[in-house]
Write a protein that binds this ligand. Structure first.
Ligand code: CA
Length: 363
């Protein structure tokens, strides 16, 4: 009995030393990084803050992949800083990371718009082709270099919906005088066509639409819009979004902090972000197909695309808005030219591959 016990203790001691030693060496030699990540979206927001591919999922994946060497504390909008102050906080190094969309920073640098969504732009596949293999991410970093930041895609909603309208839109003249919640470049396009544009945070959209403070609103897509209750405040749901064809979530990182990370942790951040880019979009496909089915069948929503003549007017106005932006700023021109050159080739390829499959083969 004594012998057996001694042998057991010896084996346990050996096993313990073998197991414990590498962890101690790893933490001491490679260092542990404790970072903060803020978000433009509130705590618990599906897709953005909670669920597959969200900010909290990204932080969890990074922690697991790095064996606890990179710990990222995630803060929803308003917890540490207000929703739209992530750019300044990361720039100042107050936080190391921010999770949002680059089109919120168009007031800082207009070219940032292109890394979220371009009206009449590419779909999820095309946008990823441009970002990962067409020089898009390099340009993104070039745009942010003067601000001491780097960025990468970390999520995507896929195509969004045009939005909710209290009255039917039959011609472009019906847009005139409408009060509508719509951010980004699309807001500028609508404004040029006579819309009174309002930019409201997500939580304020439903009460404004219900009380008639606004007549129309764009948010994301069926799942997110239904969660806000927009179908209870407006009858017409105009579908496939001309304004946001594949909306990219942005992981914004302070460059000085990034440069201090060892190469393996940088690779983990890049790979976890790429994983979340795909996983979040996959979740949207499931969530939106279920929500749209419910909205049409059970909530009796009138769901249809905008009339062709309205789409044509929006397209013409978008081209004018983009041309003006390109003429004003060389960096915007550089990003615009890169995006559009990629899009021209992608559109031709897409027409004979994916689009042909959907329209001629799938059935
Ligand atoms: Ca949107």
């Amino acid at each position: 009995m004594t012998l057996v016990r001694r042998n057991f203790l010896t084996r346990a001691a050996i096993a313990g030393s073998v197991l414990a030693a590498p962890a101690v060496v790893s933490a001491q030699s490679k260092g542990v990084f404790n970072w903060k990540m803020t978000s433009a979206y509130g705590k618990g927001s599906p897709f953005y803050m909670d669920g597959p591919g969200s900010a909290t999922d990204l932080a969890k994946r990074i922690k697991e992949m790095s064996d606890g060497r990179l710990n990222i504390q995630v803060y929803g909008a308003g917890e540490l800083i207000p929703a739209f102050e992530g750019f300044d906080a990361v720039r100042a190094g107050t936080v190391e990371m921010n999770h949002a969309n680059s089109y919120f920073w168009t007031g800082k640098t207009f070219a940032a718009q292109y890394f979220t969504a371009v009206p009449f732009g590419m779909n999820f596949q095309g946008v990823n082709g441009w970002l990962y293999d067409g020089g898009g991410i390099d340009l993104w970093n070039e745009v942010y270099a003067p601000f001491g930041m780097v960025a990468m895609p970390c999520g995507n909603t896929g195509v969004q919906m045009t939005g909710w309208f209290k009255k039917e839109i039959k011609t472009v003249a019906d847009l005139k005088g409408l009060k509508m919640r719509i951010p980004g470049l699309a807001g500028k396009v609508y404004a040029n066509l006579g819309v009174d544009v309002k930019v409201l945070p997500g939580g304020e959209i439903f009460p404004a639409l219900e009380r008639g403070v606004i007549d129309a609103a764009e948010f994301v897509g069926p799942f997110q819009d239904r969660r806000l209750g927009l179908h209870k405040a407006a009858k017409y749901y105009y579908t496939t979004g001309w304004h946001e064809s594949a909306t990219v979530s942005e992981l914004l990182i302070n460059k000085a902090a990034w440069d201090k990370l060892p190469k393996d942790l940088q690779a983990i951040v890049q790979n976890a972000s790429a994983a979340c880019n795909v996983i979040s979009e996959a979740w949207c496909q499931k969530a939106n197909s279920e929500a749209m089915d419910d909205l049409i069948k059970n909530q009796k929503v009138v769901a249809k695309p905008l009339p062709d003549s309205v789409i044509a007017a929006l397209r013409a106005e978008t081209n004018k808005v983009l041309a003006e932006a390109v003429a004003k700023d060389p960096m915007t021109k550089k990003v615009h030219d890169s995006y559009m050159a990629f899009k021209a080739k992608f559109d031709r390829w897409s027409e004979i591959s994916e689009e042909a499959y959907h329209t001629k083969v799938r059935g």
